[in-house]
Write a protein of this length. Structure first.
Length: 126
Protein backbone atom coordinates (compact mmCIF):
# COMPACT_ATOMS: atom_id res chain seq x y z
CA UNK A 1 0.00 0.00 0.00
CA UNK A 2 1.26 3.43 -0.93
CA UNK A 3 0.38 6.36 1.31
CA UNK A 4 0.41 10.00 0.22
CA UNK A 5 -0.43 12.97 2.39
CA UNK A 6 -0.95 16.56 1.27
CA UNK A 7 -2.54 18.94 3.72
CA UNK A 8 -5.88 17.50 4.83
CA UNK A 9 -5.99 14.84 2.14
CA UNK A 10 -4.65 11.33 2.69
CA UNK A 11 -4.53 8.93 -0.26
CA UNK A 12 -4.00 5.19 -0.06
CA UNK A 13 -3.21 3.30 -3.28
CA UNK A 14 -3.65 -0.46 -3.22
CA UNK A 15 -2.46 -3.28 -5.46
CA UNK A 16 -4.83 -5.93 -6.82
CA UNK A 17 -4.06 -8.39 -4.01
CA UNK A 18 -4.48 -5.68 -1.35
CA UNK A 19 -7.89 -4.69 -2.78
CA UNK A 20 -8.96 -8.34 -2.64
CA UNK A 21 -7.60 -8.79 0.89
CA UNK A 22 -9.34 -5.67 2.18
CA UNK A 23 -12.64 -6.51 0.46
CA UNK A 24 -12.60 -9.92 2.16
CA UNK A 25 -12.43 -8.26 5.59
CA UNK A 26 -8.67 -8.40 6.00
CA UNK A 27 -6.18 -5.61 6.66
CA UNK A 28 -3.53 -3.85 4.61
CA UNK A 29 -0.86 -1.57 6.00
CA UNK A 30 2.10 0.68 5.36
CA UNK A 31 4.94 1.29 7.77
CA UNK A 32 7.65 3.97 7.75
CA UNK A 33 10.47 4.11 10.29
CA UNK A 34 12.02 7.54 10.76
CA UNK A 35 14.41 6.60 13.55
CA UNK A 36 14.66 4.19 16.45
CA UNK A 37 11.25 4.08 18.15
CA UNK A 38 9.82 6.67 15.73
CA UNK A 39 7.50 5.16 13.14
CA UNK A 40 4.37 5.97 11.21
CA UNK A 41 1.89 3.15 10.61
CA UNK A 42 -1.34 3.15 8.62
CA UNK A 43 -3.76 0.24 8.71
CA UNK A 44 -6.88 -0.13 6.57
CA UNK A 45 -9.36 -2.76 7.78
CA UNK A 46 -12.56 -4.05 6.22
CA UNK A 47 -15.29 -4.03 8.85
CA UNK A 48 -18.92 -5.15 8.82
CA UNK A 49 -19.53 -3.15 12.00
CA UNK A 50 -19.27 0.38 10.54
CA UNK A 51 -21.57 2.42 8.28
CA UNK A 52 -18.86 4.85 7.14
CA UNK A 53 -15.07 5.10 7.37
CA UNK A 54 -14.04 5.39 11.02
CA UNK A 55 -10.61 6.64 12.11
CA UNK A 56 -8.71 5.88 15.32
CA UNK A 57 -5.18 6.63 16.50
CA UNK A 58 -3.29 4.34 18.84
CA UNK A 59 0.27 5.43 19.64
CA UNK A 60 2.08 5.56 16.26
CA UNK A 61 -0.67 3.70 14.37
CA UNK A 62 -3.54 5.24 12.41
CA UNK A 63 -6.38 2.77 11.84
CA UNK A 64 -9.15 3.23 9.29
CA UNK A 65 -12.16 0.89 9.48
CA UNK A 66 -13.96 0.71 6.13
CA UNK A 67 -17.48 -0.69 5.63
CA UNK A 68 -17.29 -4.13 4.02
CA UNK A 69 -20.33 -3.46 1.84
CA UNK A 70 -18.57 -0.38 0.40
CA UNK A 71 -15.47 -2.48 -0.31
CA UNK A 72 -17.50 -5.15 -2.13
CA UNK A 73 -18.89 -2.51 -4.53
CA UNK A 74 -15.41 -0.98 -4.93
CA UNK A 75 -13.99 -4.31 -6.14
CA UNK A 76 -15.91 -3.94 -9.43
CA UNK A 77 -13.61 -3.19 -12.38
CA UNK A 78 -15.22 0.19 -13.11
CA UNK A 79 -14.80 1.47 -9.52
CA UNK A 80 -11.49 3.22 -8.80
CA UNK A 81 -11.87 5.36 -5.68
CA UNK A 82 -13.56 5.36 -2.29
CA UNK A 83 -13.79 8.91 -0.91
CA UNK A 84 -14.89 9.91 2.57
CA UNK A 85 -14.72 13.16 4.54
CA UNK A 86 -13.91 12.65 8.20
CA UNK A 87 -14.50 15.33 10.83
CA UNK A 88 -11.14 16.60 12.03
CA UNK A 89 -12.37 19.76 13.74
CA UNK A 90 -11.79 21.89 10.63
CA UNK A 91 -14.53 23.06 8.28
CA UNK A 92 -13.00 21.20 5.31
CA UNK A 93 -12.50 17.94 7.23
CA UNK A 94 -10.00 15.22 6.40
CA UNK A 95 -10.47 13.73 2.94
CA UNK A 96 -9.64 10.02 2.81
CA UNK A 97 -9.12 8.53 -0.66
CA UNK A 98 -8.68 4.79 -1.11
CA UNK A 99 -7.72 4.01 -4.69
CA UNK A 100 -6.73 1.15 -6.93
CA UNK A 101 -3.08 1.58 -7.90
CA UNK A 102 -2.49 1.51 -11.67
CA UNK A 103 0.71 0.73 -13.52
CA UNK A 104 2.53 3.82 -14.73
CA UNK A 105 2.30 4.72 -18.42
CA UNK A 106 6.08 5.04 -18.58
CA UNK A 107 8.18 2.19 -17.17
CA UNK A 108 10.39 3.42 -14.31
CA UNK A 109 13.69 1.72 -13.59
CA UNK A 110 13.63 -0.22 -10.31
CA UNK A 111 9.85 0.09 -9.88
CA UNK A 112 8.00 -3.18 -9.24
CA UNK A 113 4.49 -2.84 -10.66
CA UNK A 114 3.76 -6.55 -11.01
CA UNK A 115 0.72 -6.56 -8.69
CA UNK A 116 -0.79 -3.29 -9.82
CA UNK A 117 -3.90 -2.84 -11.92
CA UNK A 118 -3.40 -2.45 -15.67
CA UNK A 119 -3.60 1.22 -16.59
CA UNK A 120 -6.81 2.01 -18.50
CA UNK A 121 -4.79 4.39 -20.70
CA UNK A 122 -2.34 1.58 -21.48
CA UNK A 123 0.06 0.81 -24.24
CA UNK A 124 2.91 1.40 -21.89
CA UNK A 125 5.90 3.25 -23.27
CA UNK A 126 9.29 1.64 -22.64
Amino acid sequence: MKTRIKGDIIRFRLSQSEVEQLAEGGTVSSHTVFATAIALNFILRGSADVAKIIFQKKEDTYLFDIPKNLLKVWKAPDQVTIEEKIDNGKESGLTVLIEKDFQCLIVRKGEDESGLFPNPSSERRQ
